[in-house]
Design a protein around this ligand. Structure first.
Ligand SMILES: [Ca+2]
Length: 357
């Protein structure tokens, strides 16, 4: 552990922009609590060519100098080719005409970038936190390919999964990011690296609408325009009209403002077997353990791990060995009014930042 207090936490954002990803990137760009070391992209909401283009375009808009790594174009098991273009639009950004990145902005390869960033943070005496808000393909590949990486990661914060009444949004029991690559999710949850799961049970409560953003919208400029277009186009609106769930920003908020969420130690089993539970996160809360201690255990299911390997995940069995101790926390509640205030303040700051360009 390094000094607490003013030291910004080194963070890598693994993302598939994606409307709520784009909003989370705006949040990341103006948050002094973190040092954004890099961004890696993955296929998810739309294909990886588009998510990478969007990440590079957002970096230009927000004057982010960090490197961008282009990651996996398909899931580990490569079942089907599901995306969420029906929710995010074919361009991933709901039709927002964000300026193209310059031709000189070329991505690196995500796995090499992840390994390099983790090691440069370690050389500076820090362990980086990975905030993963897309399918977990890149992170699983990293843990499989780079055996030393897990010791260099402080925590993996995952937007994915769900619990209780809100288990799924693709199937009744599976959330999009986990369902898109369950084998990868099983590897991550069973890796022994501390994992914080921010799932649908809280992210669907973390809604935002134009009515919460008067200062941003009055400011105008490309960020305000982008937020307005994206929130208007986002086909992920919960029950209340005009509100959109900011899944990915809430996951990042677990790093920036952890006091806005309730996190409970838990065991999470990711179901990978074909059938109606594929992609489900089965959460068992660990009683009597202080959340700060986070001493839960991620129990790999031997059958699931074998199935993951059989399905083409390759080294899954070598990563998620059954019973390997892990430290998993699951978000169970969010302070919605304070989350909205926080988002409004930070998105206004993002508009100001972009205007200085
Ligand atoms: Ca996402």
């Amino acid at each position: 552990m390094t000094a607490v207090g003013a030291v910004a936490r080194p963070v890598i954002l693994d993302t598939d922009p994606g409307i709520d990803d784009a909003v989370a990137l705006m949040l990341a760009a103006v948050s002094p609590e973190i040092e954004l070391l890099g961004i890696t992209t993955v296929a998810g909401n739309v294909g990886v060519e588009v998510t990478t283009r969007n990440a590079l375009a957002l970096c230009q808009l927000l004057d982010l100098q960090c490197p961008v790594g282009k990651g996996a174009w398909r899931s580990l098991a490569a079942h089907g080719s599901r995306d969420a273009a029906h929710i995010h639009g074919a361009d991933g950004l709901g039709g927002w005409r964000i300026a193209d990145p310059p031709a000189t902005a070329q991505p690196e390869a995500a796995l090499g970038l992840l390994s390099r960033l983790l090691r440069s943070a370690a050389a500076a005496g820090q362990r980086a936190t990975i905030v993963a808000v897309g399918p977990l393909t890149n992170i699983a590949q990293l843990l499989v390919a780079d055996a030393a990486a897990s010791d260099l990661i402080a925590e993996i914060v995952v937007m994915g999964g769900g619990d209780g009444e809100r288990l799924g949004n693709v199937t009744p029991r599976a959330e999009f990011n986990i369902y898109t690559d369950p084998e990868a999710a099983a590897i991550v949850f069973n890796s022994g690296v501390p994992v914080t799961m921010v799932g649908l049970n809280v992210t669907e409560l973390a809604t935002l609408g134009a009515a919460h953003l008067p200062q941003l919208l009055a400011h105008g400029g490309p960020v305000a325009e982008g937020v307005q277009v994206m929130l208007g186009a986002y086909k992920d609106t919960p029950e209340e009209a005009g509100l959109t769930a900011q899944h990915d920003s809430l996951a990042l908020t677990a790093v920036l403002r952890p006091e806005l969420l309730t996190l409970r130690p838990a065991q999470v089993r990711v179901h990978v077997m074909p059938g109606e539970r594929r992609g489900e996160t089965e959460v068992s809360y660990v009683a009597g353990v202080d959340a700060a201690g986070a001493a839960g255990a991620a129990s790999a299911d031997a059958a699931d791990t074998a199935a993951a390997a059989a399905a083409g995940a390759g080294a899954a069995a070598g990563v998620g060995a059954a019973g390997q101790p892990g430290r998993v926390r699951v978000a169970t509640a969010v302070d919605v009014p304070r989350f909205r205030e926080f988002m409004a303040e930070r998105l206004f700051a993002a508009a100001q930042r972009a205007a200085r360009m």
